[in-house]
Design a binder for this molecule. Structure first.
Ligand code: PFF
Length: 457
């Protein structure tokens, strides 16, 4: 059975397609919408330093471990882990890695599609000139009226999920691979154009000062946890997406080099997005870097609405955000779709529709958190905030920790050597980070963050 299932989904055309697919998964709302507002709410500099450190010493090693498990198993995350557990006769509790991942993926997809829906709505608002000449008050009221309309939000969430289904239905080569080969280069060109625009028209120096002046004194346990959660979220690790993509990776590609390339591109896009957003914030009076989830949707239209060529640049920006969200969301779908195909004998189309339906229903809870359930709290969080906190700051780090321990201590060294196959110095650094640094760092930050959160509310 396992042999039959292996490789049934096909594989990427080349190592380069894998790099683009993984970068497509990593670069998304997490970089352009979430990173700037979370960095802004946590005071900038010090948060950014911890975030980059988490990417390097936790994110990269865990991501390599995930790709390794996927490429060894060549199936959905659940079945790849299943095979390893069955063949190595180890405790079945390790199966939780695959399950945790698939559940976290579904939960993330549910709210991710809602925020991506905002971006789609903003393409229309920008392009039709509705945001021309807005100031702080009118931009906020446009944003508030977008959030106050549950039917509109559900409509855009549905449109976004529809686009995702179309791509994932096409399969690995013709659907995911093709879409990514077209989307990723467009994304990099647009972000580069926006960056050049900001260099000449806005306060880039101030933005750099905000993002890179490291003052560690104002870091709390909670912000450490948020920096680590953001590192997991942005690299798409701790939930199987990268494991699923690793299953389609050519055998001769180097896992180490590939993962470092993806982490580099991902961090670059986050930092450049941060510079773009904050340079606009700092050159427009009345805007605050601490504005929260509305940062991108309130502040940028003010800037775009008041600059020459802003209509075009603004429309382009929201197209870019939507493309980035799209290439990430398809990787959130893939683990569950691949599993349903293997285990339930569903075709790709039906598996897709089923997963999207679950995400769509759950997503309605997030839609309501911005209007009719605005005041209904779970542990002081709205439904949307609760899902975001639960997945990024709890589920992804815990699954990441389990993956580090599994590959670092439990998996057979023979398999690791076959898959990693690079010079011993790099391998020993990776193993050291995976065995000692990542588990300690995740545990300490996790405990500090949770204590801080629940002692301060
Ligand atoms: N990495 C994506 C982003 O930064 O927007 C979000 C994401 C995609 C998280 C896929 C997790 C995942 F598996």
């Amino acid at each position: 059975m396992a042999l039959q299932k292996k490789g049934m989904h096909g594989s990427w055309a080349s190592r380069w397609t894998f790099i683009m697919a993984a970068t497509g998964s990593a670069v998304g709302l997490g970089n352009m919408w979430k990173f700037p507002y979370v960095a802004g709410s946590n005071g900038g500099g010090a948060f950014v330093l911890i975030y980059l450190l988490c990417i390097l010493i936790i994110g990269v090693p865990v991501m390599m471990a995930e790709v390794l498990i996927g490429r060894q198993g060549r199936q959905s995350p659940i079945n790849s882990v299943n095979d390893l557990v069955a063949n190595s006769h180890i405790n079945k509790a390790w199966l939780s890695i695959g399950w945790f991942g698939v559940i976290a993926g579904l939960l993330i997809l549910s709210f991710y599609a809602v925020i991506a829906g905002w971006a789609l709505k903003y393409i229309v608002l920008m392009a039709t000139g509705d945001l021309q000449g807005v100031d702080g008050t009118s931009a906020s009221s446009v944003f508030e009226s977008v959030l106050a309309d549950p039917i509109g939000l559900i409509f855009w969430q549905t449109v976004f999920l529809f686009f995702c289904v179309i791509v994932v239905m096409g399969g690995v080569k013709k659907g995911l691979g093709l879409a990514i080969e077209i989307l990723m280069p467009i994304l990099f060109v647009v972000i580069f154009l926006l960056f050049v625009f900001c260099l000449f028209n806005t306060n880039v120096l101030e933005a750099m000062k905000f993002l890179f002046s490291f003052d560690l004194s104002n870091l709390s346990g909670r912000s450490l946890l948020e920096a680590m959660g953001q590192a997991f979220f942005t690299l798409s690790i701790g939930m199987g997406a990268i494991m699923a993509y690793g299953a389609y990776m050519p055998q001769d590609a180097s896992i180490g080099k590939t993962v470092l390339t993806v982490a580099f591109f991902d961090s670059l896009v986050a930092i450049i997005s941060g510079i773009i957003i904050f340079s606009i914030v700092f050159s427009t009076s009345g805007l605050e870097p601490t504005a929260g989830p509305g940062l991108m949707f309130i502040s940028l239209p003010i800037a775009f609405g008041n600059m020459t060529g802003g209509l075009l640049v603004g429309t382009l920006f929201f197209v870019l955000v939507s493309i980035a969200a799209w290439s990430s969301a398809i990787s959130l779908l893939e683990p569950s779709v691949a599993w349903l195909m293997e285990e339930k004998n569903l075709g790709r189309v039906n598996a897709n529709l089923l997963v999207v339906l679950v995400a769509w229903i759950l997503g309605i809870g997030s839609v309501f958190s911005f209007n009719i359930w605005q005041n209904s709290m779970i542990f002081n969080f709205t439904f949307f905030d609760f899902l975001d906190f639960l997945t990024s700051n709890i589920m992804l780090p815990i699954t990441g920790l389990l993956i580090a321990i599994f590959v670092g201590y439990v998996m057979s060294p023979k398999i690791i050597n076959e898959q990693i196959g690079f010079k011993s110095s790099i391998k020993s650094i990776w193993m050291f980070l995976l065995k000692f640094i990542a588990p300690c760092a995740v545990s300490v930050v996790f405990v500090a963050g949770i204590l801080d959160k629940f002692s301060n509310g």
